[in-house]
Design a protein around this ligand. Sequence first.
Ligand SMILES: Cc1cc2nc3c(=O)[nH]c(=O)nc-3n(C[C@H](O)[C@H](O)[C@H](O)COP(=O)(O)O)c2cc1C
Length: 189
Amino acid sequence: MKKDLGVVPAVFPMPVLMIGTYDADGVPDVMNAAWGTICDMDKVALCLGEHQTTKNIAQTGAFTVAIADAAHVKEADFFGIASAGKMADKFARSGMTAVKSTRVNAPIVEEFPLTMECTLLEQVRTESVEMVIGKIVNVVADECVLDEKGKVDAEKLGAISFDQFGKNYLTMGAKIAGAWKAGVPLMQD
Ligand SMILES: Cc1cc2nc3c(=O)[nH]c(=O)nc-3n(C[C@H](O)[C@H](O)[C@H](O)COP(=O)(O)O)c2cc1C
């Protein structure tokens, strides 16, 4: 028996993305963004409200997107509840380390294992949301999350997801099947 839940944002899992920017004075800021995704092989789309981060991206034309991991869930959540517009030492309080990207005018947070370096392509204001589209110019990864062929091993990432039903962070499960492979038996006549 199914029940109607009404209008709820029912996509799961949501990512826990860490958006890194510099303000006009070069002070690093990081915000938590769950409403974001890959929208092409080399593009990310973020759905941003009116935050310090949104202003920073408009000014610098650049940002980084890191994948939050379970080891840094406290810091990741802090980046989603504190605003640099109201807390001048927001990033410093996190105790994390910001290093300027060599490719874009935005900080890379050393402690997060995987980071996309992006330039701003488009900022699209709709009636209710602002979509920020970024072009990925490079990805940096800690060696410890790579497999023997140098590709990211998702199980080593320790990535967390955001559960918007219960408002919790969850760890990701283990691999259960290969994509483009699990369904192959049903392709046969
Ligand atoms: C789990 C979580 C997910 C969030 N996702 C988004 C999001 O996708 N878009 C957004 O505009 N704000 C989102 N926020 C809110 C911002 O992270 C928050 O307002 C933050 O303080 C903005 O920081 P800033 O003002 O320093 O840029 C999220 C917060 C949390 C805790």
